[in-house]
Design a protein around this ligand. Structure first.
Ligand SMILES: C[S@@+](CC[C@H](N)C(=O)[O-])C[C@H]1O[C@@H](n2cnc3c(N)ncnc32)[C@H](O)[C@@H]1O
Length: 348
């Protein structure tokens, strides 16, 4: 039975017996004050964050079968905290699956502007032209409803300025961070205390689904890729990672959808305001990779339920735990729609 539980995972996991789930696929907070979301940082700094997540992952360890795999999202800056929390909870860290995409946007002001500001010369920056920028308007909360394939976001024209101070001129065009193009999914495993083969015989989980997730049906590579939002079936748009890879792209699983879902996918079961929604295609692949057919997958940071939708579409059973009642409601709607769409194909 698929289930959405509303509550804190640390409290709610006691409802489940030992060795109940075949896999964990989850997208936890990342501790960087992501878009000022309280769930992300309210643990009292690095050590508090790791300890709070160790406690949750400790309970997850109990409810997973021996040898079961976990795929846990991280952001490059703090994925080591997530991995530490998993390891401190008793998981073995096995690998990292890198999800490559072309939709990430660098955040913040350009370096030469920041240097001019710090040097007190911002007002002296010469106007060297004009440029078009996205106009999010006065209400940033509209953000989740913007975008999607074929939707032209509002734009405005602003003056383009050049560096003023000598240091800003020297570092014009340099940056202090990357354009995000890859995110890690940490592959961890509950120790089984025996050989892999014996653990799989005894518990029926703990293998990687090469036939369905590997490009050539043998080995799964630990890189997975998404198209840019404007790619068509027969031609990629600028910014798509496939264009950079050229022929080598054939070695990697590539989703014909962007890393961030468009409005149609986001709102398919009614309004979905979750700010960090993942794409269904990605979650389907991750669930399918580590959960045996018909198996039971757990997500302890359910959000708006994309792991659940992916699991149902892949014929797996799912339990989602989500702390915020509004998001838990969205999970329930999306799960119900996925179940209805799968109909008789559901292997429950
Ligand atoms: C990064 S989001 C997951 C988004 C999800 N992958 C999706 O596609 O919608 C993390 C979610 O975990 C929830 N959360 C944070 N701490 C939690 C906890 N201790 N127990 C249950 N849910 C929690 C937050 O409310 C948030 O919705």
């Amino acid at each position: 039975m698929n289930e959405v539980v509303c509550g804190d995972s640390l409290d709610e996991l006691v409802l489940f017996p030992d060795e109940y789930f075949d896999a964990l696929v989850t997208d936890p907070p990342c501790g960087i004050d992501l878009r000022k979301l309280t769930w992300d940082t309210d643990y009292g700094g690095r050590d508090g964050w790791i300890e709070a997540h160790r406690q949750i992952f400790g309970e997850v360890l109990r409810v997973l079968k021996p040898g079961a795999y976990a795929l846990v999202w991280g952001i490059p800056r703090t994925a080591h905290w997530t991995a530490t929390a998993l390891e401190n909870a008793g998981f073995e860290i096995r690998d990292v699956v890198t999800h490559v995409f072309g939709t990430g946007f660098p955040k913040g002001e350009s370096l030469d502007k920041r240097i001019d500001r710090a040097a007190g010369m911002f007002d002296e920056r010469p106007v060297i032209g004009e440029k078009e920028v996205l106009d999010y308007g006065a209400n940033p909360e509209d953000y989740p409803t913007l975008g999607g394939k074929g939707v032209r976001l509002p734009r405005k024209i602003v003056p383009l300025t050049g560096p003023a101070s000598p240091v800003a001129k020297r570092f014009a065009g340099w940056q202090t961070s990357f354009k995000p193009a890859g995110e890690p999914w940490i592959l961890a495993r509950k120790p089984h205390g025996t050989s892999d083969a014996r653990a799989i015989i005894e518990h029926g989980c703990g293998a990687l689904n090469s036939p369905e997730c590997g490009v050539d049906g043998t080995w799964v590579r630990n890189v997975v890729m998404s198209h840019a939002p404007d790619c068509a079936d027969d031609a990629c748009a600028p910014g798509c990672p496939q264009l950079d890879l050229g022929k080598a792209a054939r070695f990697f699983p590539i989703f014909h959808h962007s890393a961030k879902p468009g409005a149609k996918e986001r709102h398919a079961a009614g309004s979905n305001t979750h700010p960090t929604i993942k794409s269904i295609d990605l979650m389907r692949w991750l669930v399918k990779l580590i959960t045996p057919p018909g198996g039971r997958v757990l997500d302890v940071f359910g959000g708006s339920g994309t792991t659940g939708v992916g699991a149902i579409m892949e014929g797996r059973q799912v339990v989602l735990i989500e702390r915020e009642p509004g998001f838990a409601d969205i999970c329930r709607r999306r799960i119900a729609l996925a179940e209805a769409e799968m109909g008789e194909d559901l292997l429950l």
